[in-house]
Structures are given as C-alpha cells and as structure tokens.
Design a binder for this molecule. Structure first.
Ligand SMILES: Nc1nc2c(c(=O)[nH]1)N[C@H]1C(S)=C(S)[C@@H](COP(=O)(O)O)O[C@H]1N2
Ligand SMILES: [Mo]
Length: 421
C-alpha cells in the first residue's frame, strides 16, 4: 500500500480532518488506497450467521470489587490506588469499563466480521457483505501494540468540583483510562484484503451490543465514523489483551483499538464495518464527542479525535499519608499527542513546582509514563497534590479548561486531596 500522500494530508489532525472532509474538498480525500489489492478475502469465508448476542444480566460481566472500582451504573472506573503495585500495564481485572448498554456474550465460533459499502471493490451491500470468521482473522499476520484506551469524558467530575460547572454524563474522576498490550490484526490488512478502493473516505465500525436509547430515542447500535487515513495507519483489530483472549467486557471476540484517539473510536464487540466513498455520520460524531459550550462554535467543535494530556497519582482519593518518613509519591501521565517528556509536581496547591523523576526511560508514545516524586511534608494536616505533564508536542496541562456541556477532555491539573497524619 502506498500511504505517502495520505500521510501528507494527516487526517489524524483534527482540524485538517474536519476541513478536508467537508463535501467541497472531497477530491482531496481520494487517496491512493486501491493499488495492488488482493481480490477479496478468498473462499471459505462465508459462514452461517451466529445467533443474536445475549446481554449479560448486570451490564458488566467481570467482578467489580470496591477496592478496585468505583461503580457508575453501566460503567465502572478504576481506583488509581489499584495501580500502586502494578507494572506498566493495567491488568484486565481492574481495567475500566464503559458500556452504553450491557456487555453482550458473543460466541467466537459463530461470530464473523462483515465488510460492506461503496468504498470497497464491487460495492458489496450490507445484505451480502465480505465476511471474515474468527479463524480467518487468526490466520492473518498479527502484531502486538501497547496503547491506552481512555474515555473522552475521563475527569468529567472535575468540571463541577474544581470549576463549579456541572457537565452532563458520568462524573468520572481520572480512572476511565487503562494501558494494555493488544494483540490482533492490523485493520489496514483486513481493509486491503476486503478490497478498499482509492475512493474510500470514511469507515464506520459498529458494535454488536444492543441499540443505545438516549432519553427515549433509539439511536441504533454504537458506531462512529473513522477517517480512512487513521484506519490505515495504526488501528488494530484486537482479539487478545495482556496475553489472554479479549475479555467479554472489553469487546470479546474482537474490538478495535484506535491508539491516541477518544475511547469511543475503539468499538467493542465489532460486528461490521461500512467502508464509504463519502463522509459518514452517526450520533457519535455529530451530537456526541464534540465540544459544545460558550467557548465553542454554535454547532460545536469538530468531531474529537486525539485525547489530551493528563496525570494521576497512584493514591486513594483523600488518602491518609504518614508524616513520619519521606514519601515516594507515584503516578502516571499520558497524552494522545505522544510521549510524555516532563512531569512536575506541586505539594503546596500550585505555588511551587518540582520535577518528578520519570521511571520509564523511553515511555511508549501510545501508553503512559510512570513517575515518582519524593516528598517530606513539614507538618500534619490537609494538602492538595498537583501533577502537571508536558508531551512531545509541547502540550501541557493548564490550571483550568474552558467548559463544555458534555464534559469532554478535562485536561486541567487535578487537585488531589490528601491528609498527612
Ligand atoms: N460496541 C461498543 N463499543 C464501545 C462502547 C460501547 O458502549 N459499545 N463504548 C466506547 C467507549 S465510550 C469507551 S471509552 C471504550 C471503553 O472501552 P473499555 O470498556 O474496554 O474500557 O469503548 C468504546 N467502545
Ligand atoms: Mo468513552
């Protein structure tokens, strides 16, 4: 595949993407995806359709012990102290879960991925798509990718608690993020084999979980357009997580992993992918996952793409810390913009800052950087601990962020309350 011209356009840049995807600029989007593609996925791929997925009773299948999770209805966030004695990766038993409805139980033996649309050679329709079974997928060249997945609303609760501005949605603290080793097949491999053409502009992956009903309105199954440039760049069709088959709650049998981008892009329980020669729309790139508020255009910002810079201490919220000895405060910082270069910590509410020591020499640009900060509190009492990271693009965490009504991308420095006893 020749990806050069596509990379020049950098549709992974939010502003460029929005500018180019407007219908008047469509010509620019006719990218060179068509050259030298193999003819379809070959024989033996047509399979019987599996039974409809059964929904798990409680919404989330895995145990949610209160020492690891804070429960938010159909969602559960990781408590940051649960990373304290962990290695680089977030184990699956404490990885946050964000479900629009409920975890479906899907049998990999009857599952298949269906690809269809005007951006594939022969323009296969939804009724007679190109199909790929789980076994077909396992037979394709595979690779491993370490990447974070983070909910776009991670940190949303701080709009209210730090800025006095109530946003609608799950009031996450900072635990709607995790880093895992994902293993699977590059989406580009599958799209090429399915016959993606140079006219393809957007793909629309869709989950097999139940229709999402928003205030009485049925919005259909979770689906969000993804520009072909990103789809062909570094997206994985993952079937393993941290060395084990993908757990039910995280998308079994197959999910997308879209590194550095808003979590909604990483569609779980992947059922089909529409490939189109024109821009696609769904509620997840029109009414959700854009910024609406006084600081933004009346119709909202462009659809959100990359995540921003954040930092968290591996401490309980309102932790009690012993005064007796020097403390080694630990935490992690991450950014959709790439590698974390620098982290500073303040233990006096932001008056003075000192650098934290990065524990990862070459932190993964799609994962996070672990850090440590030595602190000897001078007296017992309440403190606010602040951490502020800077990524390789120079983006750093501000003291406050402009409000948006859906509470996305809270990237300001979080004031973490602790008491020294
Ligand atoms: N099919 C489907 N995919 C989905 C979702 C969903 O509800 N259904 N939630 C999305 C959102 S908003 C996020 S943040 C991530 C969460 O992934 P996790 O539950 O594995 O942590 O999955 C995304 N993929
Ligand atoms: Mo999310």
């Amino acid at each position: 595949m020749r990806s050069g011209d596509r990379d020049d356009l950098d549709l992974t840049d939010e502003a460029t993407y929005e500018r180019l995807r407007s219908p008047s600029r469509r010509a620019l989007l006719r990218l060179s995806a068509g050259a030298g593609l193999s003819a379809g996925l070959g024989g033996g791929l047509l399979t019987a359709l599996g039974p409809p997925a059964a929904a798990a009773a409680g919404g989330i299948v895995k145990p949610l012990p209160p020492e690891l999770f804070i429960s938010h209805g159909t969602n559960a966030e990781m408590r940051w102290e649960a990373m304290r004695r962990q290695g680089y990766l977030t184990p699956a038993d404490r990885f946050f879960v964000r479900n629009h409805t409920a975890t479906p139980l899907i049998d990999a033996r009857t599952w298949s991925l269906k690809l269809w649309g005007t951006g594939l050679r022969g323009r296969p329709t939804e009724d007679s798509p190109v199909e790929l079974t789980y076994e077909d997928l396992l037979d394709l060249p595979s690779e491993t990718l370490t990447a974070s997945i983070e909910c776009t609303g991670n940190g949303r609760g701080f709009f209210a608690s730090q800025q006095g501005q109530e946003a609608s949605g799950t009031p996450w603290k900072l635990g709607a993020v995790g880093v895992a080793r994902w293993h699977g097949v590059r989406l580009s491999t599958v799209l090429r084999r399915a016959g993606i053409t140079r006219e393809a502009v957007d793909i629309m992956p869709r989950g097999l979980d139940a229709d999402y009903v928003d205030k009485g309105e049925n919005l259909g199954r979770v689906r969000r357009p993804l520009p072909v440039a990103k789809a062909m760049k570094d997206v994985l069709l993952a079937y393993r997580m941290n060395g084990a088959p993908l757990p039910a709650d995280h998308g079994h049998p197959v999910r997308l992993v879209v590194p550095s981008w808003v979590g909604i892009a990483s569609v779980k329980w992947l059922g089909d992918i529409q490939v189109a020669d024109e821009p696609l729309f769904s509620p997840w790139n029109t009414r959700f996952y854009r910024l609406f508020g006084p600081a933004y255009p009346p119709d909202g910002s462009a659809p959100l793409t990359r995540m921003n810079v954040k930092s968290a201490f591996e401490l309980p919220w309102e932790a009690e810390l012993p005064a007796a000895r020097p403390l080694a405060l630990r935490g992690r910082s991450w950014s959709g913009g790439g590698r974390i270069l620098r982290v500073e910590v303040s233990a006096d509410g932001g008056a003075t800052w000192r650098p934290a020591r990065l524990r990862d020499r070459h932190p993964d640009p799609r994962g996070w950087a672990r850090w440590e900060f030595g602190w000897q509190p001078s007296r017992p009492g309440p403190y606010e601990l602040l951490a502020r990271a800077t990524d390789e693009t120079g983006a750093t965490q501000p003291a406050t962020v402009p409000f948006n009504r859906l509470g996305y991308l809270f990237g300001a420095v979080v004031r973490h309350p602790v008491t020294v006893i």
